[in-house]
Design a protein around this ligand. Structure first.
Ligand code: GNR
Ligand code: NI
Length: 166
């Protein structure tokens, strides 16, 4: 099922997600729905926060063919190194793109949808995307890194857009 995506500055995007402790059918269904929502959007990642589910669950697929789904439950950054700037967008901030500086490489520990723990070294777009999605889980959107002036203008523009959309 494709789920509706919250749009900035919706206050629910600021909620902090809770760890997943129960790896039952609810998590499996959430992961399936999130993947469907991400592919339909289309996007390269989605955090549960964006579909108003406040659990530490992320899906990512940065592949060209859209056939390499990665699931991160309870993700943690074990180490980070370097700096890289990337032009980012967000499904919760449609039509807006801006540069953000993040760690260039990250080592992540997470669980899959069955609760199995794995570790992964990521760089490039995957590293950017993991950090972008993990920010959502603590109530942060990439535009929070922009100057207050840019952010204020953007909030006005988004509210106008949301009024127009009814
Ligand atoms: O689809 C998305 N593209 C993207 C591009 C550059 C940096 C980060 C991203 S993530 C974004 C999907 C999204 O909003 N995930 O939260
Ligand atoms: Ni996003």
């Amino acid at each position: 099922m494709v789920l509706p995506i919250l749009e900035y500055p919706d206050p629910r995007l600021k909620k902090v997600a809770a760890r997943v402790t129960d790896f039952g059918p609810d998590v499996a269904r959430l992961v399936r729905d999130m993947a469907e929502t991400m592919y339909a959007a289309p996007g390269i990642g989605l955090a549960a926060t964006q579909v108003d589910v406040h659990k530490r669950v992320i899906v990512i697929d940065i592949s060209e063919a859209r056939d390499d789904l990665r699931v991160f439950v309870n993700p943690e950054i074990l180490s980070a190194e370097g700096e890289a700037e990337c032009e980012e967008g967000c499904l919760s901030v449609p039509g807006y793109y801006d540069k953000v500086t993040r760690a260039a490489k990250v080592r992540v520990r997470a669980q899959d949808e069955h609760g199995r723990t794995f570790e992964l070294d990521a760089d490039g777009l995957l590293a950017v995307c993991i950090q972008h999605e993990m920010d959502h889980l603590v109530g942060k959107v990439f535009v929070d890194y922009l100057s207050p002036l840019k952010r204020a203008r953007l909030a006005t523009r988004m509210k106008k857009r949301q009024r127009m959309a009814g």
